[in-house]
Design a protein around this ligand. Structure first.
Ligand code: ADP
Ligand code: MG
Length: 474
């Protein structure tokens, strides 16, 4: 399944020439990030890291990932409406994990008060790796589904053009013409616009809830600009701004400095470090409001690693998606082995197995954003330490996926040009809108391919490990 340019990978002169073209093309196309030195200024910016060459992706697995996306949208939406399932699934986790507990507390609080929100918008990204089995046939394996702040839909809408040009420079015109168009920014904006429209107030704005440090602003701007093109007003605010200026009226409409907010699109709020007492209060205010939250707190909880693990238990999907056996089968076909570490015999057994064979597993806490998982020797040490303590419950275990590496160049500002053995992770963006009980939009909205050198076990683009890529279907 190698891409048809493994011949040029070792041609130093051709690679140097193509890399120079690629970097300038990325800058021209707007594949941009702010710098680490000046993360909140656009005076000096750089290109977001990306691969020199598109990476090979098996066509059947790519198509499988697209084909299951609407099912995953349905599933996430169903979980978010199933209080009993969320409460049961997270019961052990919230005893030991403060962050999940805090989110869960807000969830219960807004349910008790009664939801003011009637329109629901989900934007998620389901991520996969291609496991190469012993017989060499690859299998699509879900790594996780991100239900909050799934990023890079904007920048990746511009990477295919860059790679098309690179292939032409390398004399691969025919292959260049096969690179697929891809525009998640448009798809995400379509969902946001639909939710805004159903909310039904011409004057109301869409609020991007953003981080204090905004290096990845251009990715968000791609989506923002699609909304402006539709004459929808966009504002950017932080939790702190919501705490200071946000308010609800008598029917729990949300106002930010006098402007009504129809949709709150979170690009923040998924790590504990975000929240001090005031920011928790701001989060609660948003969740209590009538505004469409993307995602609402229930949908954020639906994206926890603990929920992912429980979904893999026999019978769970059937209960969550009754009467949809085909959807259940498509979803299940993407699952890797996932194991609960809850106290009891089942947890004891898998803990012992993982300690004996740590390289076959990944140990995951209830965290997002990369860099939190444990592998190999570190996994073994941590499991040894916590195996008899309730702390074990805050993690899940997962089979380690082992993709076939391929050679590529990771282009990163201020880094030397050198060949790396790489593996890729494919993400499919999903968008859906529900009005009351009726699903009015359910789509796959495009894809993201991220590639990293094999020496890194963990980590995404924002974490400085993976880079943007474009799939070349083989
Ligand atoms: P996060 O929420 O931090 O993004 P992920 O579950 O996506 O957590 O894991 C982060 C990274 O770790 C992934 O992008 C992938 O590179 C690696 N990873 C996660 N799970 C596995 C797995 N089961 N096998 C191999 N690599 C994995
Ligand atoms: Mg991830």
């Amino acid at each position: 399944m190698a891409a048809p340019w493994q011949d040029v990978v070792r041609d130093a002169a051709a690679v140097r020439e193509a890399a120079a073209v690629a970097v300038d093309a990325a800058l021209l196309a707007g594949v941009l990030m702010r710098t680490g030195e000046q993360p909140n200024a656009s005076d000096v910016v750089n290109y977001a890291p990306f691969t020199l060459l598109p990476s090979a992706v098996p066509r059947p697995l790519f198509e499988q990932a697209y084909a299951v996306q609407q099912d995953f949208n349905l599933l996430v939406d169903a979980i978010s409406q199933n209080k009993e399932f969320l409460a049961q699934t997270l019961a052990s986790t919230i005893k030991v994990d403060d962050f999940t507990a805090r989110l869960f507390q807000i969830y219960m609080q807004v349910l008790e008060e009664g939801l003011a929100q009637t329109v629901f918008l989900g934007i998620n990204r389901s991520d996969y790796m291609f496991d190469c089995g012993l017989d060499g046939t690859g299998a699509l394996r879900q790594i996780e589904i991100n239900t909050i702040a799934a990023s890079f839909g904007g920048l990746t809408s511009r990477t295919a053009d860059v790679h098309r040009l690179v292939l032409k420079v390398l004399g691969k015109n025919e292959e260049a013409s096969h690179l697929l168009p891809n525009n998640p920014a448009k798809g995400l904006a379509l969902g946001i616009a639909k939710a805004w429209e159903i909310y039904g107030s011409q004057r109301a704005v869409v609020m991007f809830l953003v981080e204090d440090i905004q290096r990845n602003i251009f990715d968000q701007r791609c989506v923002e600009n699609e909304l402006w093109n539709r004459n929808i007003r966009v504002i950017r605010r932080r939790f702190r701004d919501v705490f200071e200026q946000g308010s609800l009226d008598g029917s729990r409409r949300l106002y930010m400095d006098g402007q009504e907010v129809a949709v709150v699109y979170y690009r923040e709020g998924y790590v504990p470090q975000t929240y001090d007492q005031q920011n928790w209060e701001a989060r609660l205010l948003l969740e209590r409001s009538r505004a469409v939250k993307c995602p609402d707190i229930a949908t954020q909880l639906a994206g926890t690693k603990k929920v992912q693990q429980e979904l893999s238990r026999p019978g769970t999907l059937e209960k969550l998606l009754p009467g949809r056996p085909e959807a259940v089968a498509r979803i299940r076909a993407t699952f890797a082995g996932l194991y609960s570490l809850d106290e009891g015999e089942e947890g004891d057994r898998i803990t012992a197995t993982a300690i004996a064979d740590p390289d076959s597993f990944v140990l995951k806490p209830q965290r997002e954003g990369g860099g939190n998982n444990l592998y190999g020797e570190e996994l073994r040490q941590v499991l040894e330490k916590i195996k008899d303590s309730p702390e074990r419950t805050s993690y899940i275990l997962m089979d380690k996926i082992k993709p076939q590496p391929a050679l590529n160049y990771l282009l990163r500002a201020h880094s030397p040009l050198r060949v790396s053995e790489c593996i890729s992770e494919l993400g499919i963006f999903g968008v859906y809108v529900r009005q009351g009980q009726e699903l009015v939009l359910n789509q796959a909205a495009g894809h993201l391919l991220r590639t990293k050198a094999i020496e890194h076990a963990d980590g995404g683009v924002a974490a400085g490990v993976a880079v943007l890529d474009t799939p070349y279907l083989v």
